[in-house]
Ligand binder design. Structure first.
Ligand SMILES: [Zn+2]
Length: 481
């Protein structure tokens, strides 16, 4: 049977604040020696008291605003009680009844379908746990990560396929990067996903039993685990079986979901307000101020590129995917203002074509790019004023990419100036005709396509520097004589 999947997601995102959520330890502990970023607070020594990290609250509000949420002025941190060796206090400070952000939405573009709105249930702030490492029969604990600020973003059950989940996670990562509040690097654990998935009975329309899948630590894992779990549940239902309410893990190596534990509800955590922290009351003026300070977000940028620069939705999406690329594009457009013929469309073509190709080939980063925005403009100008033909321009761009030198300088050094002088080219055209009597004969008998061959010969004779349209025109004139 065809079952409609119903999926909700919980994504944890580590914030890139300087210090941890409730103490002064450095939160940038990835790759540091174990237990070197710790203090009495995050080691849970008796009598140590937490203090709220203002920057973490600010960053979470920014994401809430970007996700169109309502920011709650009255907040309370809560203790989530559970015993686990990577949690030294025996509880995690989180938010329960009163999270920072409620009821938002985000627009995503799943591959192969149009735009889709996914509602956000809540965004709350908590602290990360430590990490366990299992060595033989022992377990070691590293508490560098314990207390790092962590946001949890919970969607409504609005996702209906692996592609939509993938688009949602991509959008979330794009937003935290635009806001500059997290690296969003899944491979470094800065972003971790869980899904709740059930299948709807096609006859009754009723939602089935929810299964939770944890440990989705890459984009591929999100996509594959959901596809796998949809198929697994469908098989169970088709066979007349029942879905158990369980928590599964994703085994990346085997490409399957595996049973972790039978699910217990929230009640197991015995949440209660954190007695060591006062309620967090936010001033509306602060929230309003943060709203005005938000950067231009991807959706707005895409709309601007399409309306102001007449780019296609696809071009706009490619240019805005990474904020650094968008910034670079913006600065080239700005540098091109005195040159109306250097249009945003032409700039977009060069960046998404040649530049992306060269970056891809060299495994380069846009942040390390040697080409200055004015140099891109100068190169396009050289094409526009017919100094360079397209293949020569690409060659020059390659050298610019390698060296960061100005295009005019490279053109002169390599002698790539296009020959667009009619009398020079006419002489060469005459010679090409003399040298190729057979093709010329064929052309005169009506084999029209042979002109391409003759143009090719002329380009060869000029080492690729002839203006191709002019070359063809001159050849035709000579042939008609
Ligand atoms: Zn600490």
């Amino acid at each position: 049977m065809e079952y409609k999947p119903v999926i909700g997601m919980e994504v944890h995102v580590e914030l890139n604040t300087a210090s941890k959520m409730f103490c002064g330890c450095s939160a940038e502990a990835f790759g540091a020696a174990p237990n070197t970023h710790t203090c009495p607070v995050c080691l849970a020594m008796p009598g140590a008291l937490p203090v709220i990290n203002r920057q973490a609250v600010e960053n979470t509000i920014k994401l809430g605003l970007a996700l169109n949420c309502t920011i709650q002025p009255h907040n309370v941190f809560a203790r989530k009680n559970y015993f686990y060796p990577d949690l030294p206090k025996g509880y995690q400070i989180s938010q329960y009844e009163l999270p920072l952000c409620l009821s938002g939405y985000v627009e995503v573009e799943p591959e192969g379908s149009g735009s889709k709105r996914i509602r956000i249930h809540r965004v709350h702030l908590e602290e990360d746990t430590g990490k366990l490492m299992h060595v033989g029969s022992h377990s070691l604990v590293d508490l560098n990560r314990a207390g790092v600020p962590l946001m949890e973003i919970v969607t409504e059950a609005d996702i209906h396929s692996a592609a939509e989940a993938f688009a949602y996670v991509s959008k979330l990562r794009q937003l935290v990067r635009y806001l500059g509040i997290s690296s969003g690097d899944m491979e470094k654990g800065a972003m971790r996903c869980e899904v709740n998935l059930s299948l709807t009975d096609p006859q009754t329309g009723k939602w089935g039993t929810k299964v939770e899948v944890k440990n989705l630590n890459s984009f591929r894992a999100v996509r594959n685990a959901i596809a796998y779990e949809i198929e697994r549940q469908a098989k169970v239902l088709d066979g007349g079986g029942k879905i158990q309410q369980v928590t599964m893990g994703w085994d990346e190596g085997r490409g399957i979901t595996v049973l972790q534990r039978v699910k217990e509800g929230d009640t197991g955590y015995r949440y209660f307000p954190e007695p060591d922290l006062p309620p967090l009351n936010l001033e509306m003026a602060w929230i309003e101020e943060l709203k005005t300070k938000l950067p231009e977000l991807p959706d707005t940028k895409v709309a601007r590129y399409m309306s102001a620069y007449e780019l296609t939705p696809k071009e706009a999406a490619i240019l805005t995917e990474d904020q650094l690329v968008a910034d670079y594009f913006d600065s080239v457009v700005k540098a091109a203002q005195p040159y109306p013929a250097v249009t945003p469309k032409l700039i977009s073509n060069w960046l998404t074509g040649e530049l992306f190709r060269l970056l891809g080939e060299s495994n380069g980063e846009i942040s390390q790019l040697k080409i200055k925005p004015v140099q891109v403009v100068a190169l396009i100008e050289l094409v526009n004023n017919k100094t360079l033909n397209q293949p020569a321009a690409k060659q020059v761009f390659g050298v610019m990419f390698e060296t960061g030198r100005a295009p005019q300088e490279i053109v002169e050094e390599l002698g790539l100036q296009q020959i667009s002088n009619s009398s020079d080219l006419a002489d060469i055209a005459r010679q090409v005709i003399l040298d190729n009597p057979q093709p010329v004969e064929q052309f005169k008998k009506g084999k029209e396509t042979i002109i391409k061959f003759l143009v090719g010969q002329l380009m060869k004779a000029t080492r690729g520097k002839a203006h191709p349209q002019l070359a063809e025109q001159l050849l035709r004139e000579q042939l008609q004589k």
